[in-house]
Design a protein around this ligand. Structure first.
Ligand code: ZN
Length: 290
């Protein structure tokens, strides 16, 4: 159908106005971001994330229990191996899972509150004695709020090669230059020596690959720690797949760091965690929240 005469006049007026409008009036027009550079677009996206991205409203215990279930559903299911802790409200206290329960059996109600000597302050049962290295790490790193240690399958397989985790794919850049490596296995980490060794080896980084053992992730929120533990296992799986097919090529370090900082925002971690919570609650009946 042909446009009406009035319609044609309106279209003509709009296009002329677009051409002559001053730059500072163009922000409401389509295409106004096309001449912005990457830094400006990143800054703009961060501002939007601050406004639009919301996390979950669960308690710390619920978030920790949900994290156990999420990890279990995503390959962190090596029997009873692995521990997860989060700082309690009082200095020197930590929430953790009861020894003898698998990640798929953890709920907010069966978590323990322990002190740094692993004495139980609240709850039934005992903590895993290997939690001792968590206590060492919390002492060394006041910024850390949550620690996850697992023997996820691909990470465990990679750890047998005594090779560091290689970050060479965009998805894994959340861990770029943020994963330490302990090339020697010191034995089961129930002594103070192992705690000191692991705390020193991770330094200021968020994660470490422990040779002949598994992964450890330590971050400033439960959400971020959960997501990085998931990313770690996926990166290990990718590394094994890529190594089997050829030689891994490194990515540009500057771009890797840019991607790391781009992905690793607290709001992004919160919504990423919320997504995995929804997935988890579809698979489980929500008993982990009780
Ligand atoms: Zn372990």
């Amino acid at each position: 159908m042909a446009k009406s005469f009035l319609g044609e006049i309106i279209v003509f007026y709009k296009s002329v106005n677009l051409l002559i409008a001053p730059a500072n009036n163009r922000k409401n027009m389509s295409g106004h971001t096309f001449d912005l550079d990457k830094n400006e677009l990143i800054k703009q996206s961060f501002s939007q994330m601050d406004v639009h991205l919301q996390g979950t409203q669960y308690s710390r215990a619920q978030k920790l229990a949900l994290t156990c279930r999420i990890l279990f559903d995503n390959g962190h299911d090596s029997g009873l191996a692995g521990q997860i802790t989060a700082r309690g409200e009082k200095q020197g206290t930590y929430l953790t899972q009861r020894l003898g329960l698998g990640f798929d059996e953890i709920s907010a109600g069966n978590l323990l509150l322990v002190n740094e000597d692993l004495e139980v302050l609240e709850g039934e049962g005992m903590a895993n004695p290997a939690n001792r290295f968590h206590s060492w790490l919390y002492r060394a790193r006041p910024d850390v709020q949550c620690i996850i240690h697992t023997h996820a399958l691909h990470t465990a397989a990679l750890s047998m090669l005594e090779l560091p985790l290689e970050i060479s794919h965009m998805d894994n850049c959340v861990l770029f230059d943020d994963v330490a490596f302990l090339p020697k296995w010191p034995g089961v980490p129930v002594g103070n020596e192992e705690g000191e060794l692991i705390a020193q080896a991770i330094g200021a980084k968020r994660a470490i690959l422990l040779a002949h053992h598994g992964l450890l992730v330590a971050c400033s929120s439960i959400e971020e720690t959960c997501l990085l533990a998931m990313a770690f296992e996926r990166a290990a799986k990718m590394q094994l797949l890529a190594c089997a097919a050829g030689t891994i090529k490194p990515i540009n370090p500057e771009l890797g760091r840019e991607a790391h900082d781009w992905i690793l925002r607290s709001q992004r971690s919160a919504v990423g965690f919320a997504y995995y919570v929804r997935r988890c609650l579809k698979n489980n009946n929500g008993d982990c929240l009780e």
